[in-house]
Design a binder for this molecule. Structure first.
Ligand code: FES
Length: 176
């Protein structure tokens, strides 16, 4: 891809150059690029919070891979998202064990408390929400994750307390 084309795709969503630099440095630091695509996509999603087309193209170029291979992996794994998300993603497990222990009510409570549906971002920009399949922690059902943190035996009445942790952190970060 030409530099001009790269410039156009990069500026399409105004993603900061520092983030591209950070991801590029990570890719260059890899001992080998072979078999590293999943790790790179994971890192990219951490850096950018989502994987728009231009980030996928950037990765393809940096890893010397066909763009179609990168697109294919991103679309195969539900973990990866190509749409902007809030700072924290709330994932409610809808696997069988969680479902029979009331995860549907928990999911509903999160949507109501946040005032959003899957694919949307809360007005404060802090949260997105989605349902997921079994995450392998059935003993803790119903299970919810916020980012990497796992919450077990969640009840609808716990929802506000969980979200308030992150809201409070956000307020503190803005004070510092
Ligand atoms: S069904 Fe929810 S963690 Fe397994």
């Amino acid at each position: 891809m030409s530099a001009a084309k790269q410039e156009r795709t990069t500026s399409a969503t105004n993603l900061p150059q520092e983030k591209y630099d950070e991801l590029g440095a990570y890719i260059q630091s890899l001992e080998t690029k072979e078999g590293a695509l999943i790790h790179v996509l994971h890192r990219a999603q951490t850096v950018f919070t989502y994987l728009p087309l231009e980030v996928q193209l950037f990765i393809a170029r940096q890893m010397d891979l066909p763009a179609a291979e990168v697109f294919g992996v991103v679309s195969f794994y539900s973990y990866f998202t190509t749409k902007p998300v809030g700072k924290h993603t709330v994932s409610v497990c809808m696997g069988t064990a969680c479902f029979v222990r009331g995860s549907e009510e928990v999911y509903k409570a999160f949507k109501e408390e946040l005032g959003i549906q899957p694919g949307e971002i809360s007005p404060d920009g802090l949260f997105s929400i989605k349902d997921v399949r079994c995450i392998g922690a059935c003993g803790l059902a119903p299970v919810v994750t916020v980012g990497e943190k796992v919450y077990g035996h969640v009840k609808p009445e716990d929802v506000k307390t969980i979200l308030d942790e992150y809201r409070a952190d956000h307020v503190l970060e803005n004070l510092n």
